[in-house]
Design a protein around this ligand. Sequence first.
Ligand code: FE2
Length: 527
Amino acid sequence: MRTVDGKNDETNLPFVPKFMMRSTSRADFLRLGGRCIAGSVLTFGLLNSLSGCASEPTAYAERTGAGVLTTGPGGKAAAPIATAPHYPEVTFMVFSDTHLYDGTLGTSGTAWVDYMANDRKLLKDSEETLRVSFEKVKLEKPTFVLISGDLTKDGERQCHEKLVSYLRELADLGIAVYVIPGNHDVNNTDAARFLPSGEKMKIPTVSPKEFASLYEDFGYGKALYRDPASLSYVAEPVPGLWILALDSVKYEDNFRLNTPVTSGRIRNATMPWIEARLIEAEQKGKAVIAMEHHPIMEHYDGMKAKYPEYVVDDNWKIASLLASHDVSLVFTGHFHASSIVQHRWNESAAATLQGKSIIDVETGSLVTWPCSYRSVKLSGDGTVRITTYRVDQLPSYAAVSRSFDIDGKSIIEEGIRNIATSAMKNLGVPEEDRNILSSQIVDAMMAHYAGDAHFTGSEMLRKHGLSLMGQLVVASYDHFIQGLWKVRAPANVELMEDNNLVIAPDGRLAIFLSSVLAMGKDFPLVV
Ligand SMILES: [Fe+2]
C-alpha cells in the first residue's frame, strides 16, 4: 500500500481505518488492544482522535492597523451583525472528482488488473458517466458549472484534453465552466498507459503552467485575478458574484517523492492574496463563493484524526479567513462522498467572526457510487437551494439489461469488503466475525458516500458473541462507524442534510427536502 509521509493514498480507497491500511502486526494490535481493555486507551479510533482532536477554531483574519495578517482570538471590537449574503439570482451546477479516463489508454492486461485491485473507481465507465451527467447539464442550462478537482484519473495530458473537449460542448451552449486542480491532476507520476501485454508505460502528465493553459477557457483565461503563487484565481461568472477558486494541491512535491501527494494546503503566499481579494470584493459589493478540492471541515467525527490528508491543512485558519469576509459557501470534493457540514462562530469568537458561519458542500464523485453531482440555486435574499442528482444508469448497461446503479455499487462494496476482510484476516479475526463486521463496515461507508446517512438498524457493529480479536476490531471501529452514520458530529461542526436542502439567508435554517423525498413526494433526486 503506497504511502506519502506515512499517509494513506486516496487511490487505495479512502475508507479503511489506518490500522488496516498500514502493516500492523497482530502483536502490535493485541498490545494496543490490551491497552484498550485496560482502559488507558479505549480504541485505536480514540487513540487517533486524541492525537488529532480539533481544537476550537481561532480567527485568522484579525487585521492590524497596517493591514498585516495575524492569528489569534482578537475579539475586542463590537460584534458585527451577521447579514445575509447578497447573492445575485443564479443557478449553477457542481461536479467533483470526475476522474475522466480515456479508455484508449488501455483497460486490460495484468498491470491494469493490479491497478484496479487497489483502486475501485469506476474508471472504465468514467467517460460515459460524464456524458450522461453532461446531458443533464445541457437540459438544465445552468449559468455556469464548477468542477472542484480530480478532473482526470491520474493527470494524464490525454485525459485532460478529452475533458476539455467535453467542456467545450457546454461552453458552446453558453454554459461557462470553472475548474480547479485536485491531487490527481498535475505533475502526476502515475500517468500511464496500460498495455494488453500486461505492461504499464509512463505517458505525459501536465505541469501547473500547462494545466492553466489547457483550462484557459474554463477559469484561467477568464479570471479577474490569478494568484502568482498557485493555480488559484478569482472569476465573476455573473455580475455581483465572485468565485474564489483555490488551489490546495501539493503538486510541487510529486516528482521528488515519485508519487502524487494526497494531502492539501493553501500556500502561505496565497493567504494574503486571498484576503486582498476578499477585501476588494467587500468594497465592490460582490458576493463570494469558494471552491477547492480538499474539504475545509471534518465531515464525520474523527475524519482529521483518521484521514488528515482529506481535510485541508490548517483548515480552521482558512475557514475563519473566508467566513470573516462573509464567504459562507465552499464547494469541495476529494473524499468522493456527498456531505454537507456547517460551522457557526458564537460570541466567544473574534469580533470579525461573531455571528458568521461557513458551510462545506462536499460533492461526490462521478466514478464512485452513487455518482452524484449537484445543482445550486442562489436567490437574491441569500437563500441557497441545493439539489443532488445521480447517474444511476448508462446506455451501455441498459443495452445488456444491466443496472449501472447495482453493478457500480457492488464494485465499490466489494472493494471495501476485500480490504476490510483481508486486514482482519491478517489480524487473526475468525472468518465468521470477519463476514459480520465487514458487512457492517461496508454499509456505513456506502451510507456516507450516498449522504443523508440515517441508521435504522439494530446495531452498527456487532457487540456480542465475537472472538477477542473481533471485539478489538469493534473497539477500534466503533467511533469511526458512528461518525459515518452521523451519530457523532465532528468537533465544532454541525451536521446537515447532505443531498437536498434549502438554507435560509442567515444560514440558521435548513429545510430538509430529503425528508420530503423519503415521504414519497416528487423531487428530482435521480436522473
Ligand atoms: Fe478523487
